[in-house]
Design a protein around this ligand. Sequence first.
Ligand SMILES: [Zn+2]
Length: 475
Amino acid sequence: MRTPAFLALALLLPAALLAQETPTERDAARDVVQKLDSIEHSLNIPAMVARLTGPNAARDQVVGRAKELMDAELLAMGDDITRHPEIGFEEKRSVQILTDYLKKHDFTVQTGVAGLPTAFVAKYNKNSGTPNLGVIVEYDALRGTKGAFHGDQHSTQGPIGIAAAVAMAEYLTKTHTPGSITVFGTPGEEMMPPEAKTQMYDAHVFDGMDIIVRSHSTAQTSRPAPGFGTCCMNIDGVHYTFYGAPAHQLTAWNGRNALTAVIHFFDNIDGLRSNIRPEARIQGVITEGGAAPNVVPDKTAADFYIRYPDEVYLAQVTEMVDNAARAAALGTGTKVKIDHYGHDRDGISEGSIGEVAFAYMKKYGATGVNPEPGKPQGYDETGSVSSAIPGAEFTAKSSNAPNHTYEMLADATGPVGHAGFVTDAQAMTALLFDFATHADYRATVKKEFDAIHALHNQYLEDLKKVYVVPKVPEP
Ligand SMILES: [Zn+2]
């Protein structure tokens, strides 16, 4: 392969633009995108990828060990967890299995971190020093109408991450290479509130990590572009509870109707939509609507995900929705409690990690490869961790079906799943090996991460200048 350096670079250029989803954002980001492109050029990532992923006997041995662990025990462990699904924050059995295995391999385990009973931190106790390598694993199942099911294959993230962590831990000790390795068990990816990773991040659980990796199921082996962004827009999760006073239906004037309030709230939002930029997505459900038709409901509740491509305009949208709730309460003589319970934000993806990860997934037999770089996005869904610590997600094809389906569940214990999981474990191990053994690689990653981080801040400042709130004069 003699041309990939040029090819990959050519592909990277337009991809950086993918982070911006609206004409306003693209306008505001012009300067930032130019700077990002010149950073990516100057790092010469294609040459670095070729150098790192070339022949290396020591790496091959560690990767071979990860594969051996998968084949001997960990694929079976994944199958077992797949067959015993537990939804978010109830993953007791899964956590027990994962932490028992880690303890047997010289990891010191602390469970219940950050106030979350099924969150854990497992630190390898026979090696120390830097760099600090981190592996995030998830294990929650989806909530389905027929009960919990692993239609997103989180059941196998633990075994994959553990294979890489144990193989690397053994290598560090055997070769007296400085470095630490920590496995982070993060519950309830599919649920908020609470947002487990954000809560753990705020509790300083990830402090000091130099890199964090994780795997995730997919129907396509993919490759995020370098930059900042998110899969599914920036999100505010907001819960609105309306409080009224109960009364008999026939003498309703003795009460205050919280159901009328929540209905007005939805109407108020619909009335606002034409004054809100069209890329916004404001969707909610009424989770509590009263108990009986002959009692004026004194308590109702609605749950909203408010989305916009960037967090700057999202703040304006959320304020408008909050005010729509306050207006509904005022107009009905009720009171509203507003709880901003969760927020997903842009993460950062680094070409220096993502491109090496992608090359290793292909090297270790990933199928269904999409060579086009996708949107830049962090390796965690909240953006809390991935906007603060460099890292990557390993996404070798592990199903013929899309995420959150019964077909993907079936593939978790079948050949396509097993093949993808082993590839992820091997590629993850190889990247951690490179990071632990090449100081110049670590320096490149840090340089790129710091640059993108600064550009993201500049982008947000630039956006603040364009989203002018219309002035309404005092009457
Ligand atoms: Zn998932």
